[in-house]
Design a protein around this ligand. Structure first.
Ligand code: E4P
Length: 218
């Protein structure tokens, strides 16, 4: 299971990448806006910190402009993945860029039918948004289960299931149980994953007992 971080905050990315657990990064226009920085500069910096795929999203809505933006963004660094929305124009762009050898992440996926189309269009990643389903009282992880099942039926589909819009560690656990290829997690969720009160309690007890021995390791 690969771990991407879902942020455009370079300080966070540096800190998390230092753990050795980060395989890639996803950004989107909202995250870029939140960073308050220039899009291309942010992508350049992230690509210099993380060797794995870094998703940069096009903002045009029609195919020709998306393609031009995608080609431009792909030149920033060899590890840029172009993110396109799951629309007719987005999928046309996905097919064109994929045929040119540029990896594409198809975003804003909310149905298994959409995920089939993305795979047919040659997407490297499909990004189903689980948290936004949960937000409206539906079960986002059902979508992951269905997409993994469908993709597993077709070995010719090379598209990786990238679980997006993750809200808490349980989404990550369920994604792992379902065999999703990648999860993109906000930094806060990645930090939550380390936490367990029994780990803290156990460590405190070990340290207290160790102190009684009066020894040091080094
Ligand atoms: C994925 O690539 C998106 O950036 C992201 O996961 C969206 O999540 P949100 O629903 O928290 O905005």
């Amino acid at each position: 299971m690969k771990f991407f971080v879902d942020t455009a905050d370079i300080a966070e990315i540096r800190e998390l990448a230092a753990t050795g657990l980060v395989d890639g990064v996803t950004t989107n226009p909202s995250l870029i806006a939140k960073s308050g920085r220039k899009f291309v500069e942010v992508i350049e910096e992230i690509c210099a910190v993380v060797a794995g795929p870094v998703s940069a999203e096009v903002t045009a809505l029609d195919h020709e402009k998306m393609l031009a933006e995608g080609r431009y963004l792909a030149r920033i660094a060899p590890n840029v993945t172009i993110k396109v929305p799951l629309t007719v124009d987005g999928l046309k762009t996905c097919k064109a860029l994929s045929d040119e050898g540029t990896p594409v992440n198809v975003t804003l996926c909310f149905s298994p039918a959409q995920a089939i189309l993305a795979a047919k269009a040659g997407a490297r990643f499909i990004s189903p948004f689980v948290g936004r389903f949960d937000d409206i009282g539906a079960r986002g992880m059902d979508l992951i289960e269905q997409i993994v099942e469908i993709y597993d039926n077709y070995p010719t589909f090379q598209t990786e299931v990238l679980v997006a819009s993750v809200r808490h560690p349980l989404h990550v656990v369920e994604a792992g149980r379902m065999g999703a290829d990648v999860v993109t997690v906000p930094p806060s969720v990645l930090r939550q994953m380390y936490q367990h009160p029994l780990t803290d309690k156990g460590l405190a007890a070990f340290m207290a007992d160790w102190e009684k021995t009066g020894q040091t390791v080094l």
